[in-house]
Write a protein that binds this ligand. Structure first.
Ligand SMILES: Nc1nc2c(c(=O)[nH]1)N[C@H]1C(S)=C(S)[C@@H](COP(=O)(O)OP(=O)(O)OC[C@H]3O[C@@H](n4cnc5c(=O)[nH]c(N)nc54)[C@H](O)[C@@H]3O)O[C@H]1N2
Ligand SMILES: Nc1nc2c(c(=O)[nH]1)N[C@H]1C(S)=C(S)[C@@H](COP(=O)(O)OP(=O)(O)OC[C@H]3O[C@@H](n4cnc5c(=O)[nH]c(N)nc54)[C@H](O)[C@@H]3O)O[C@H]1N2
Ligand SMILES: [Mo]
Length: 748
């Protein structure tokens, strides 16, 4: 057994005599993630890209827009040939159109390991050949990361310096949890997590939780929770009514608001008609419950938390900003275990106690091209070159993209309105994808280069607040002809005459030693490697910026224009955006439908990764992603558990396997993200994904003109029983026909 790590935990593994992967969680891990069960599919699954492949149309006709992308067949091409063609194409685009015509944002989680981090490798490579158009922010919290600097000065203070779980356990009496604190999400921390402390802290929390969510299971069953089954996308209305009650009953902390905030009076004036009866009609939460909750919040040490999911919606700024305003009115910001929190239950590191240490990473160099897009505007970039859009007070223009280069992400998983994204992907001259697996993104590319997985190479692994740095050993030899992203870029760099700048003359192993030595001298690298890693000194209760601010706001002002919490922001008001005015407001979602679909994170995998793995497949129903429906909604449609259903709206449709569950509020359906997109080309009823990817249903709209953040968490849909002939799921098979020199394999 050899050590390695993943975004969902450290483990040891080996390939046994029958060629199967055996996995053992790290001995120090009290709560190993169920996602470890998916790792077998990383090894030799039929969906592994075995050899470089080029789309037939591109091979025969050369680069250019092409609506056969995603429908054409692939031809396997030897490595040297494909690298020659790709180097020539990169050169054609940069000399003929300029480097801004290369979109290299390449958003995605790739895999753990600091050196072989696919995006870092790609960005470093593209920087050495003159740069690229980048992407900014994340799908995770791209709305908050633009809003928070205006309201509290920076994002880091809220996300990374939050009260730790032990502090919460000691001081917090009531967590008012908008979006809950879902346990399924906290096994994951980008880069890795060796000791999963957060799941235990969460399940052992002894105080009370007010669970505000359309789903009852957004809090562990061990916790003393009262469920407020809110209508999705209406949290801001509830927050405003809670605020209204605090004012009406004189329970708000005037002293705090005067000393630490600006713009409260305007906000208070806007609350006049936002009484609990008003909010009850919008949220579905009875007025009496709203009043009682407001009183309870004022009477206890209360932490108002908002999961990231709430900002991943249309007008997603509002629940975050209103949550901060509500916490400010309680006057507990900066007190241990009180105030505002964002991302508890979204990610393992929020509230974790591990050390906040900068660990080694691959330097990416400097991008000479200044162009970027807000990350979730990818389809607009490709469909609307030259057009202008708003972003955080600026008017920006989309550059003209000729070449799209993706390594370590799956836009046909993460983006919204996948039928629109397919149209967008017809526009560039060339699409290049490095992937271990035949994901839908790989299938929509012209050039697909097989990448190794983290199991097939050596690396250094550690995540934010990790307790260990793991010496990631090679567990298995590369599948087929897969190469490391680094080796692929090194070969391209050599062809483009920038080998030295890219590799600095180092092999991958020499890079690991170099990065390690630049970080620490003791223990020596060889000793560290032989030991399988090292344990970092324990973290201390981190420094919370809001505690300093509370102690002396003049000595420790926030980085906002006023130095205070901006309940009204003159800057944001000055932008004049109707979808994000100067203080929190209630804005109703523009799309309505018979059912509101929650497209949240899957508990059976990380995003789309290893969808073919055992844990992921065990969660499916009739081989499709599982959709949960409230029994009343299901009965009205003649649906029972186990049925295959068609989930649809005017953008698209997918099949899913139904499960009836009264943990959902009526009118709400839940279909997690991550089933590999599986378009049925000639389906009579219009575009259909056979496998259950909810992003065929979500709208490709921004949260607002302020942040242009992802709004994929919700969609207005309807559901019907699917009685037609069942299209098979082909996404978990290879698109390359089996060849004689290779055993024909079928999905398990
Ligand atoms: N509807 C809806 N959509 C959403 C969300 C939502 O809530 N609702 N959530 C959004 C969020 S928060 C996120 S973060 C995104 C996630 O979106 P992504 O991060 O794009 O999703 P992943 O499935 O993690 O994609 C990572 C890809 O990298 C590949 N990979 C792994 N290791 C390597 C490597 O070493 N080299 C290369 N070249 N490739 C590698 C994997 O096989 C996988 O295909 O999805 C977003 N999409
Ligand atoms: N197992 C697993 N864990 C993960 C991930 C994964 O793919 N798998 N992805 C990781 C990543 S990249 C990220 S960014 C985080 C994401 O963290 P989040 O975005 O917080 O996670 P979600 O599961 O999408 O949503 C959390 C809960 O919000 C609730 N919710 C949705 N809409 C509303 C609403 O309008 N109002 C209220 N009150 N509640 C609502 C849903 O019921 C949902 O279960 O998760 C991380 N953790
Ligand atoms: Mo995310």
């Amino acid at each position: 057994m050899k050590p390695t790590t993943s975004h969902w935990g450290a483990f040891s593994a080996e390939v046994d005599a029958e060629g199967r992967l055996r996995v053992e969680p790290h001995p120090a891990d009290p709560a190993p993630s169920p996602l470890l069960g998916n790792l077998g599919a990383a090894l030799d699954h039929p969906t592994r890209v075995a050899r470089p492949a080029v789309r037939r149309g591109w091979l025969e006709n050369g680069p250019g827009p092409d609506d056969r992308r995603g429908r054409d067949e692939f031809v396997e091409v030897p490595w040297d040939d494909v690298l020659d063609r790709l180097a020539a194409e990169l050169d054609r685009v940069r000399t003929g159109h300029g480097n801004q015509a290369i979109f290299g944002g390449s958003y995605g989680w790739a895999s753990a390991g600091r050196f072989h981090h696919a995006q870092s490798q790609l960005h470093r490579f593209l920087n050495t050949i003159g740069g690229f158009t980048a992407s900014r922010n994340s799908y995770s919290n791209g709305t908050s990361s633009v809003l928070l600097p205006h309201v509290v000065g920076d994002t880091h203070a809220v996300l990374r310096q939050a009260s730790t779980w032990p502090t919460i356990a000691e001081h917090t009496e009531l967590i008012v949890a908008f979006g809950g604190v879902p346990e399924k999400n906290v096994f994951v921390t980008p880069g890795g997590v060796t000791v999963h402390g957060t799941p235990g802290h969460l399940t052992r929390f002894g105080g009370r939780v007010a669970l505000i969510s359309p789903l009852r299971d957004d809090v562990p069953s061990t916790v003393d929770a009262r469920w407020y089954p809110i209508r999705p996308a209406t949290d801001t209305a509830l927050m405003l009514a809670l605020a209204h009650t605090l004012v009406a009953e004189g329970l708000h902390d005037r002293g705090f608001l005067d000393r630490y905030c600006v713009g409260y009076p305007e906000f208070e004036r806007s609350l006049l008609d936002k009484d609990p009866e008003w909010a009850a009609g919008i949220t579905g939460i009875p007025a009496a419950d709203i009043v009682a909750l407001a009183r309870e919040m004022a009477a206890h040490r209360t932490l108002v938390t908002v999961t990231w999911s709430l900002q991943r919606t249309e007008f997603g700024e509002q629940p975050v900003w209103a949550g901060i305003a509500l916490a400010a009115m309680l006057g507990q910001i900066g007190l241990p275990g009180g105030g505002f929190g964002h991302g508890y239950g979204s990610m393992g590191d929020v509230g974790d106690t591990g050390p906040e240490l900068r660990i080694p990473h691959l330097p990416q160099g400097v991008n000479p091209v200044g162009e970027f897009i807000p990350v979730a505007r990818i389809a607009d970039l490709l469909l609307h070159p030259g057009e202008s859009y708003d972003y955080d007070g600026e008017v920006r223009r989309y550059p003209d993209t000729r070449l799209v280069y993706w390594a370590g992400g799956n836009p046909f998983h993460h983006h919204q309105d996948l039928n629109r994204l397919r149209r967008a992907f017809t526009r560039p001259d060339t699409v290049v994808v490095h992937e271990p697996h035949w994901t839908a993104t790989a299938r929509h590319a012209d050039i697909v280069l097989p990448a190794t997985t983290a199991l097939e190479r050596e690396d250094l692994g550690s995540g934010r607040r990790d307790t260990h740095v793991v010496a990631m050993h090679r567990i298995a030899s590369p599948a087929g002809e897969a190469r490391d992203d680094y080796a692929i870029f090194a070969a391209l760099a050599a062809r483009l005459g920038v080998s030295g700048a890219f590799t600095e003359g180092r092999s991958a192993r020499q890079w690991l030693e170099h990065l390690y030595r630049g970080w620490r001298s003791e223990p020596a690298f060889d000793e560290f490697w032989a030991a399988g890693g090292l344990r970092l000194p324990p973290g201390r209760e981190h420094h919370t910026l809001f505690a300093d601010f509370r102690a002396d706001p003049d000595a420790h002002p926030l980085k906002t224009p006023s130095g205070r919490i901006e309940i009204t922001s003159a800057t944001v008001a000055g932008f004049g955006y109707p979808d994000c005015p100067g203080h929190p407001v209630w804005l109703a979602p523009t799309e309505t439908g018979p059912l509101r679909l929650i497209a949240n994170q899957p508990h059976t995998r990380l995003h789309s990764q290893l969808d073919a793995g055992d844990t992921s497949r065990a969660g499916k129903v009739a081989g499709r992603e599982r959709i949960r429906l409230n029994p009343a909604d299901a009965a009205a449609r003649g649906i029972t558990t186990g049925d295959v259903v068609r989930v649809f709206n005017n953008r698209g449709a997918c099949l899913a396997g139904a499960v009836l569950d009264d943990a959902l509020r009526p009118g709400v359906a839940q279909l997690p993200t991550g089933a590999w997109f599986d378009p049925v080309e000639d389906h009579a009823g219009g575009p259909l994904c056979a496998h259950g990817n909810p992003n065929v249903l979500t709208a490709d709209i921004p949260s607002s003109r302020l942040s242009q953040g992802c709004a994929g968490q919700h969609a207005a849909v309807d559901v019907e029983r699917f009685d037609g002939p069942l299209p098979e799921v082909r996404a978990l098979r290879s698109p390359i026909p089996p060849q004689v020199d290779r055993p024909a394999t079928v999905p398990r």
